[in-house]
Structures are given as structure tokens and as C-alpha cells.
Design a protein around this ligand. Structure first.
Ligand code: S2G
Ligand code: ZN
Length: 470
């Protein structure tokens, strides 16, 4: 058993060997790089990588993986480092493989409407590239400015428009991956139809770097939506969400249907000096976005608003009259996460079938209040696809460490309830490290046994993001 100083010297020797084997590979052992590239947005685990490398091509990644396999060196792929489950944390001498230097837009084909990019391209850059071509890349979320498309694919990122366009998975038409054996796989080649056996692309999507490193992505771009209207509605209670959702989605084409409680509004208003969204303080709110191509679209959605107002589901509401007002309304939802980050929130990102959302939310809220009355819990999320974010704010006086262990006990209660509803313990943030110990609440023993066999096939040496997911 080597001591930490011995293992440190091993690593240095090993990094020197890597430099000799791959002299063109950019490598950093800078202390700040080790800290910043050794983690994601989570702050519960101390980053301790041995070094960070910055490959610039699939070929470099392939040479690197082959070296790592020979040396039994663990690798942690790292994209925009916006993950929320510790999936890109290197806490035990792993070599971080940053895709930061793989930022090329490789090609665009107008007939296919396919954008081929390197994995390090940010989600925002993909949005911009789509707009340049008069098209639209629909997956969007608050961290899209720094998240990278490779990481979005590795975690099958969702965001605010899943209701209308699906998750990242539905946009991926091709993938280039270097597996743990050092093999390069070019999957699906941009085809729409391809009935030639197992679709390995979909195995890689959501694999969180545990089967291979995604180096290139081919995305299907779509026609831009018509002008979009935004309505923010104040509800009398959680029980009103579904009647409002059904009334609105019968009235028009929704592109988003988000939910958040008054406690979220208070955090955003306090952090940003915003005034309350409505004159009345409401128990909870929904923010919906809909296609507003014609005046009739607007009239139908307003009729739905009148209907839910008269029925008593809604207390008050506002319809955006301009793009800038629509943006202002979105702030109450989009700014929640960043407004509470100083409270190191413990995040549960869960999902149940839409039909169960109300009952699930009510029973969980009751459970949490019963078991942990001292905790400040914020509820928000993508109600339109059954995804709820339950964020427990760290009490100012409590240390991050103590808070984390307290929250893990609460998590047993939460995930027990998720299992009762046959829901998912991680709707869109992935399993990473933080959710791994609770995976059995959502995946059966048989499924998790198959995970191990699949891992063995794609990463027989166990160098790919060890300790994550399984
Ligand atoms: C959201 C973003 C991350 C968080 O706001 O929809 O997925 O804070 C989240 O939970
Ligand atoms: Zn979310």
C-alpha cells in the first residue's frame, strides 16, 4: 500500500511517462488546474486529480486511453464542469481528460440539417451555430453558457423544453466515442433510419463517461419555433397544477411548463432585487411558454387563463407582451439555481409519471416537513415532464460536511417515496457519485447486474470514470 507521498511520486513519474509517450499532449499539474478541473458544480467532495490533460482531437484521446489502459491509470472525462451529481469529480488521483481544447464546429449540412461538432463545444455555441443556419437547437437550461455538448450527451441533459422537443438523446444523430479499450466507435453516422442491431449511440448517451469518452457529436437541428408567448400564473396550491397544465396544453402548443414555490421567488427576488412577479403572493407558480404564431394562439391561451381563473385554480397571472418581458418572467425560474448556490443546497432531482406529480409532490412535501421541519426546502422544476427539483438549503450555521450527512438521511426518505411511485432518483442530472448509493431505488438488481456486464465489455480495465454510476 503506497503512502500518499509515494503515490504522489508515482503519479509524477506516471505523468512524466505520459509526457514522454505523448509529447504533443497538453498536460497541467498546476494546483489551480487540479482543483478547478477536478470537480463539477458540486462542493461535497475534495478534488484530487494527479493531472489534467487537454487533448485536441479524437486521435489524441485514443492514444491517451491506450496509454491509460496499459498503465491502469483512471481517467475522468471533464466538459463544462456544470454537473450536479459529482460525475466529473476526480477525488482519488485520476487523470482528468478535459475537452476544453476540442471546440471545433466540424461541419454543417443544410440538406441533412446536421451539425457536427467536437465534444468541447458549449451548448450556447451550438445554439448560436444553429441560429447562423436559420435553425434551432432546442435543448436549453440555465448553465448552457458553460456546459459542453459532450457533457450534455454524457448525462442526457434535459432542461426547460423537454416537453416539446425531448432530451439531448432525441437530438443526437451520431457520436464518436473512444471506449475504455481504446477503440474508436463512429456511431450511427447521422442516419435517421438504421435498423442494424443494437443502437450503441443510445447506450453511450447518459453513460456519464463510464463506458468511453465522447469526442464528437452530430446533432439534428430543427426549424425555429414561431414567436413564443410566456405566461406566469400564481396558483392557490400544488393541487391546482394539473388542471392548469391540462387546460393550457389543450389551448395551444406548449414549449415549456415550469413550476416553483413562493420560497423560490423570495430567494430570486432577494438575490437580484427583483419585485414580486404578481401583486398577490401565491403558494406556488407555473411559468408556461407556448407557440404564439397568430393572434388566435394568444386568444386561446388567454381563454384558458380565464377558465382556470374562474375555476379558482389560479389567483393571478401575467402574459408577456414582448420578448423582453418574456425574458423578465423567465428570470423567476431560470435564476433560482444560481440564487441559492451560496447555501450549498443538497439537490434531489427526481421524476415520476406526469399523472402522479401532484400526489407525489404533496406526499413528499408532507414527509419532508414531518421528518425535517428545520430544513428549508425549495421545490421547482419541469412539471411538464414530471421532473421535480427538491433543493434543501444548508442552514447558515451548519458546516457543509454536517449538512451533507444530515441531507443524506433525508434522501433515504425522499428516494423511498420515489421508489413507491416507481419514479427516478435522477431525472436529468445523472447519478455521478452523489446518487450512486441510491440507484437501487430506481433500477432493479437485474438491471444493475447488466450494467456491470456492459461496463466490463466497454471498459474491461475499469479506467473510465471509476466509482461513478455503478
Ligand atoms: C433546473 C438546474 C440545476 C439545479 O433549474 O432545472 O436542472 O439547480 C436545474 O437543480
Ligand atoms: Zn432541471
Amino acid at each position: 500500500m503506497t503512502t500518499s507521498s509515494q503515490s504522489k511520486s508515482n503519479f509524477n513519474t506516471r505523468v512524466k511517462d505520459l509526457q514522454n509517450q505523448l509529447p504533443d499532449l497538453l498536460i497541467s499539474e498546476d494546483v489551480d488546474d487540479l482543483k478547478n478541473y477536478g470537480r463539477d458544480w458540486t462542493r461535497f467532495i475534495e478534488p484530487k486529480p494527479c493531472a489534467v490533460v487537454f487533448p485536441r482531437s479524437t486521435e489524441e484521446v485514443q492514444s491517451l486511453v491506450r496509454w491509460a489502459k496499459d498503465k491502469q491509470q483512471a481517467l475522468v472525462p471533464s466538459g463544462g464542469r456544470t454537473g450536479l451529481s459529482g460525475g466529473a469529480v476526480a477525488a482519488d488521483g485520476e487523470l482528468v481528460v478535459s475537452l476544453d481544447k476540442m471546440r471545433n464546429i466540424i461541419s454543417f449540412n443544410a440538406d441533412d440539417r446536421l451539425l457536427h461538432v467536437q465534444a468541447g463545444v458549449t451548448t450556447a455555441a451550438v445554439h448560436a451555430a444553429a441560429v447562423e443556419q436559420g435553425l434551432f437547437y432546442p435543448v436549453d437550461f440555465a448553465s448552457s453558457g458553460s456546459s459542453q455538448i459532450g457533457g450534455n450527451v454524457a448525462t442526457n441533459a434535459g432542461g426547460i423544453r423537454v416537453l416539446r422537443y425531448g432530451l439531448t438523446r432525441e437530438q443526437v444523430r451520431g457520436l464518436t466515442v473512444v471506449t475504455g479499450t481504446g477503440e474508436r466507435l463512429d456511431l450511427n453516422q447521422g442516419l435517421i433510419k438504421n435498423a442494424t442491431g443494437y443502437d450503441l449511440r443510445h447506450l453511450m448517451i447518459g453513460s456519464e463517461g463510464t463506458l468511453g469518452i465522447i469526442t464528437e457529436v452530430t446533432l439534428a437541428l430543427v426549424s425555429p419555433p414561431p414567436p413564443l408567448g410566456v405566461m406566469l400564473l400564481g396558483l392557490t396550491g400544488i393541487g391546482d397544477i394539473m388542471p392548469v397544465f391540462n387546460a393550457c396544453r389543450h389551448a395551444g402548443r406548449l414549449t415549456a411548463f415550469e413550476f416553483f414555490t413562493q420560497a423560490c421567488v423570495e430567494q430570486v427576488c432577494a438575490a437580484h432585487g427583483l419585485k414580486a412577479p404578481l401583486d398577490e403572493v401565491c403558494d406556488c407558480y407555473v411559468l408556461l411558454e407556448f407557440e404564439q404564431a397568430t393572434e388566435a394562439d394568444e386568444a386561446q391561451m388567454l381563454a384558458a387563463f380565464e377558465q382556470v381563473l374562474e375555476a379558482g385554480y389560479v389567483i393571478d397571472g401575467v402574459l408577456s407582451q414582448s420578448d423582453s418581458q418574456a425574458e423578465e418572467l423567465w428570470r423567476y425560474r431560470e435564476w433560482i439555481s444560481e440564487s441559492i448556490s451560496h447555501r450549498t443546497p443538497y439537490k434531489n432531482d427526481v421524476s415520476v409519471r406526469i399523472a402522479q406529480v401532484t400526489e407525489f409532490l404533496q406526499s413528499l412535501d408532507q414527509l419532508v416537513t414531518e421528518h425535517y421541519p428545520e430544513f428549508e426546502v425549495l421545490w421547482y422544476g419541469h412539471i411538464g415532464d414530471g421532473n421535480l427539483h427538491m433543493n434543501v438549503l444548508r442552514p447558515e450555521a451548519m458546516s457543509v460536511h454536517d449538512f451533507h450527512s444530515h441531507s443524506e438521511r433525508l434522501t433515504d426518505v425522499v428516494y423511498g417515496e420515489v421508489a413507491r411511485y416507481k419514479g427516478s432518483i435522477s431525472a436529468e442530472h445523472g447519478v455521478g457519485i452523489l446518487k450512486k448509493d441510491w440507484l437501487h431505488h430506481s433500477r432493479s438488481d437485474a438491471e444493475r447486474a447488466l450494467f456491470m456486464h456492459i461496463k466490463q465489455v466497454f471498459d474491461p480495465s475499469g479506467i473510465m470514470n471509476p466509482g461513478k454510476v455503478i
